[in-house]
Design a protein around this ligand. Structure first.
Ligand SMILES: Cc1ncc(COP(=O)(O)O)c(C=O)c1O
Length: 395
């Protein structure tokens, strides 16, 4: 993205600010579809990655469905124009109230996370898919691995066998589901997971309307070429999935929106002690928690053309872990310079919090010409309102 766009966005809407390049989202969708084109497939966007309704509408226009993990994500999908038949429900630990809502909605399918969840349906009719935990190492950060037996998600093959054998007649099992983790760059874990599911399907002689293989495609955060091996996926995984002879569903999140998003912030202070240089931004872990939570790497660009230095880049939160990058080589900034954090379009705003009573940033989309405000900056009054009793102005 052209530097001038960052300056324009910051001066019109202030910082910190999430800025999304719609052209990049379109390119990512095209790349995914191109990789899968020889398959009978459908992509569902994992809304947990980014649930801004403007972006959801934009993504929906490319024939993509929605993967919702909460009642509120489901409602947001409806608001953004997805039909119930285009929404898949995910999530573990669904409450009875959650399930009641989903069942009444009659979505494309509810992914059941456990044997225990089956009992919560009572005698209500629903289309379900069983989430299988194939016990495969996705070779990613432990906090975003979901398909190992020590992870809380899904059921093992033995449990699935038992669930299928004892499935009440009000539940129609239309598919199987698995999602082994996120930010995966190699195809081996996918092959291992899908092969064991294929063996299971054949051994059980079950007829399915689809197989849902989840998401997890990794992106090139470090800009060193390490990203999901799409070529390998197209040449090896896709032909394997074709042999299953049924539609294959994908729940992609990160791959679609991460590289389209930037967290645009301002340098508030350049601080030096005898040991280190620190660059402090007006953004923080409250806006983008991935570095603090997962030690995640994000490229950070200081929009200034001066000399370089090595510094830790941190946020304005009272917390030692509020560091975006350690010992990073950057342009020596002056207070007021813009610092742009790249690849923040997935698990950025959607994981933002009000820690230290931070106000959530504005979100702006760039359509190649104009900037469009797609979410206003939060105000202190928005937070205070939740604490006021009716007619109480005196907190
Ligand atoms: C069930 C499920 N599906 C899909 C996704 C999307 O993953 P990604 O953003 O890595 O594609 C997730 C992410 O955690 C998930 O838990």
């Amino acid at each position: 993205m052209n530097r001038e766009i960052f300056f324009r966005a910051a001066s019109e809407y202030g910082t910190p600010l999430y800025l999304y390049d719609l052209g990049e989202i379109e390119r990512r969708i095209k790349r995914a579809k191109d990789t899968l084109k020889s398959l009978d497939f459908k992509i569902f966007f994992a809304m947990k990655a980014n649930s801004n309704p403007y972006l959801l509408k934009f993504i929906h226009a490319y024939g993509i469905g929605a993967d919702a993990v909460s009642v509120n994500e489901y409602k947001m999908a409806l608001f953004a124009g997805f039909n119930t038949g285009e929404i898949i429900v995910n999530g573990n630990g669904k409450s009875l109230e959650d399930l009641e809502f989903y069942i009444a909605q009659n979505p494309l399918c509810i992914n059941v996370d456990s044997k225990e969840e089956i009992a919560k349906f009572g005698n209500k009719n629903a289309k379900i898919a069983l989430r299988i935990n194939p016990d495969v190492n996705p070779q990613t950060h432990p906090h975003i691995s979901t398909g190992l037996k020590e992870n809380k998600f899904g059921m093992d093959f033995e449990t699935a066998k038992e669930v299928i054998k004892t499935l009440p007649s009000n539940l129609k099992m239309v598919g199987l589901h698995c999602h082994i983790g996120s930010q995966i760059t190699k195809i081996d874990p996918f092959i291992e997971a899908f092969s064991s599911i294929e063996k299971f399907v054949r051994s059980q002689g079950i007829k399915l309307e689809f197989l849902n293989v989840g998401g997890g495609w990794g992106i090139d955060y470090k800009k060193d070429g390490t990203e999901m091996d799409l070529d390998g996926y197209r040449k090896i995984v896709v032909p394997f999935l074709s042999t299953l002879d049924m539609p294959i569903y994908f729940e992609l999140g990160r791959f679609i929106t991460a590289s389209a998003g930037y967290l645009v912030s301002k340098v508030t202070e350049v601080k030096r002690n005898s040991y280190k240089n620190f660059v402090i931004l007006d953004a923080s872990m409250a806006d983008l928690i991935r570095p603090a939570l997962y030690d995640a790497y994000h490229e950070i660009e200081i929009l200034n053309d001066g000399e370089e230095m090595i510094a830790d880049i941190g946020g304005r939160i009272c917390e030692s872990g509020d560091i975006f990058a350690r010992s990073r080589k950057i342009k020596i900034p002056n207070p007021g310079d813009l610092a742009v954090i790249h690849d923040a379009g997935s698990y950025g705003y959607s994981m933002a919090s009000n820690y230290n009573l931070s106000l959530k940033p504005a979100e702006v989309a760039f359509d190649g010409e104009k900037l469009i405000l797609i979410r206003k900056r939060e105000k202190f009054e928005d937070i205070l309102n939740l604490c006021l009793e009716d007619e109480d102005e005196n907190i």
